[in-house]
Design a protein. Structure first.
Length: 505
């Protein structure tokens, strides 16, 4: 019998890749419509979004996923139904309160926290999305806990399609002429995408509840809320601190760049290029590790609950191996093809330079995502809090002391150094708690050799095609990278690094 993690991972990965491809098309259009400066202003609203999401959804969604997985493994469907009702009411209430606070306090928040008054109108529009996101997060958490990934996968795709469609339509209207108004159109599209995905989620869950949960018996409310709060509150507080540090970092970057001698417009432009162009490419291949991490938490929780140590160790070893394999290939592609990617996709060589420098982030970042999910599944979220905060404090220290002297390259150094520290700490913790890790040859040495040795040859092939045709560079870039990826996978199969047995129960 095939592993449910494999099926769920494939579904979430395919959907994730589709949404990321759509997202890249969207970002290219957005970069052209907004310009680098207003792209930077648009990126500034996400620290506020992240802090609020943490408070009303992040911890609650993880708690729902974990508790539903545990109760379903015991055949206690009734408790899962009660849990959903309480979690949605709790998340919706918190989100509604935060919507009011952000809407009313948008101007001072933009001026004193984001240090960019032009972001105030975007914050007001953004505040309307919180209640919809809260309910969606709870329902997605339920389906992930049940290992039914079709609904969360389609929700993700629907949100992206609606958002892109509305934004591309709005920017053509006379009312949204100019970079400032197009920035507002991008935020409106974000809200409409979340509303559409929420409506789909609610209808889906209602039908599921009518069909599967219609015979559930009443359950004790106090016990449910106690378990939900005991798990979600520490998670939310941990992630709140992390998101605040992330937000401080996001706000500090333009400020520290100004101290390095750049104008406000230049600082926002560099921030827009880094966060709006280069970082999304680094995150693009993470669709597979992200899907793995989403499904790992309930699977690890179930195996811990059932005291199935061998199955837990196999699950962790495979997740680690595949995360690093994907990361090493991504590093090779971004290091060798980075400048060509920036020029071909965004018509911005600087974005390509940042991509090359940040390419070593890929295996560290993807592995960290997987390891954090394992540690949370083991019931030790305080450990992921420690490792993440340690990395962020290092990044902030570098940001404050190095960036005013070195400019944007200090930001890039901070990203690499902090992620290296966090990933090393998480690796040590997983080895200690699970007593397992795949052999170095399987997840590092051989995959690295198969990724980096052929890469220069494929770069020469791309340059040859580009020189001979002098056209369609994006098409040839995708073609060459696609061939490179296919050969890489084939060699991993031949070397027995990738095996069918990895995904069997």
């Amino acid at each position: 019998m095939k592993n449910a993690i494999l099926k769920g991972t494939i579904l979430l990965t395919v959907t994730g890749l589709i949404t990321r491809v759509l997202g890249f098309y969207y970002r290219i259009c957005l970069a052209d419509a907004l310009g680098a400066e207003y792209l930077g202003i648009y990126q500034l609203v996400f620290p506020v979004y992240g802090i609020c999401y943490t408070l009303y959804a992040s911890g609650i969604q993880t708690a729902v996923s974990k508790l539903v997985a545990e109760e379903n493994s015991r055949g206690n469907v009734s408790l899962s139904s009660c849990l959903m009702r309480r979690s949605m009411l709790l998340a919706f209430g918190i989100a509604l309160t935060l919507s009011a606070l952000v809407y009313l306090g948008a101007a001072p928040c933009a001026k004193y926290f984001l240090m960019e008054e032009r972001a105030a109108d975007s914050l007001r529009i953004l505040s309307f999305v919180f209640p919809f996101c809260a309910v969606t997060a709870c329902i997605n958490g339920y389906y992930i806990g049940c290992k039914k990934t079709a609904v969360p996968a389609f929700t993700q795709l629907l949100e992206q399609v609606v958002r892109i469609g509305f934004v591309l339509y709005l920017v053509t209207l006379p009312a949204f002429e100019g970079e400032k108004n197009r920035c507002l159109a991008a935020v409106i599209g974000l809200v409409l995408g979340e509303v559409a995905s929420n409506l789909f989620n609610c209808i889906s869950y209602r039908l599921h509840r009518t069909k599967v949960l219609r015979h559930t018996s009443p359950c004790e409310i106090t016990g449910i809320m106690k378990r939900l709060l005991l798990l979600s509150v520490p998670l939310s507080l941990n992630r709140l601190v992390i998101n605040i540090l992330h937000s401080v970092e996001a706000v500090f970057i333009p400020g520290m760049l100004r101290l390095s001698g750049l104008s406000n417009s230049e600082a926002l432009s560099l921030y827009g290029i880094l966060n709006g162009m280069a970082i999304p490419f680094i995150l693009f291949p993470s669709a597979i590790p992200n899907a793995l991490s989403v499904l790992l938490l309930p699977s690890v929780s179930e195996n811990m609950d059932e005291k199935n140590r061998p199955r837990l160790q196999k699950c962790v070893s495979n997740a680690v191996k595949y995360s690093v394999i994907i990361g090493l290939f991504s590093t090779a592609v971004f290091f060798y093809f980075g400048r060509d990617i920036g020029t071909a996709i965004y018509h911005n060589a600087l974005a390509g330079d940042y991509l090359r420098i940040l390419s070593p982030l890929c295996p560290l970042l993807y592995l960290s995502t997987t390891l954090c999910s394992v540690i949370n599944g083991l019931g030790k979220p305080h450990l992921t809090f420690f490792t993440t905060v340690s990395g962020l404090l290092i990044r902030l220290a570098i940001l404050v002391f190095l960036v005013p002297k070195t400019g944007i390259y200090g930001v890039l150094i901070g990203l690499l150094a902090s992620q290296l520290v966090s990933t090393l700490l998480e690796t040590i913790l997983v080895i200690r708690n699970c007593n397992t890790f795949p052999p170095v040859s399987q997840w590092l040495v051989i995959p690295a050799a198969l990724a980096f040795l052929p890469a220069p040859l494929f770069l020469r092939l791309y340059r040859f095609l580009q020189t001979e045709t002098a056209s369609a560079s994006t098409l040839f870039l995708l073609l060459v990278c696609g061939i490179f990826c296919s050969i890489y996978i084939a060699l991993l199969f031949l070397g027995k690094i990738i095996r069918k047995e990895d995904w069997k129960e």
